[in-house]
Design a binder for this molecule. Sequence first.
Ligand code: HEM
Length: 212
Amino acid sequence: MQRYFQAQIEARRAEPREDLLSLLVPEEIGGSAALSMQEAVCNAMDLLAAGHETTTALLASGIDLLLAHPEVAEALRGDPSLIPGAIDEMLRCESPVRGFFRAVTADAEVAGVRIPKGARVYLLYASGNRDEAEFADGERFDIHRRDTGKHLAFGKGIHFCVGSLLARTEAKIALEELLERLPGLRRGKDPARRSPFILMRAFDSLPIAWDA
Ligand code: HEM
């Protein structure tokens, strides 16, 4: 993947396009980015993983929730203005990024648990998003919750997801189109398979069927 991106970035130097990779062409080879080639390649790889797998997982989990709650699918079909709120509830219930690792920089105490400086912790956004102290009946998928928007599915603080607006927009367009263009949306005959990846709540396969 590193070699692939290096070649793509070099090709943009020769022929810039209106795309993100053209903005990542390093100054040292004649581009405009104050980055080394190594940094440009790492940024491209980061953006691909951060932007693609996450949104794919959200779409699959969202569809899985709609298949489990056909009355919600019907409500969204009848009133597409409910879709943005439903997407936030999907993000809360099935957070695509389960969590991320952090290095603790100072001795801390959280809910009575001492965490020493230097410890490595796995910060579970997905768990916080079902915390009963924050969300009443947190296990329940309910698109009419008023406080869904405070979920942590895009993180919090200085690392808050830079692509959240793009992800929400992609999911909105995708759900609007899927609900309109796939009548009789239902599960396929093969069982769904969850991905075993610890960082992500995702599917390896989610077979669906619809009426042609
Ligand atoms: C449903 C889709 C998405 C989810 C659930 C998601 C989730 C997250 C989370 C939880 C973080 C915080 C990581 C941390 O705490 O260290 C994050 C950061 C980030 N996301 Fe997303 N993301 C999504 C879509 C996207 C898209 C579409 C892009 C870009 C095309 C993107 C780019 C990034 C980048 C670059 C960061 C790092 C920000 C920083 O560290 O300052 N994400 N995302």
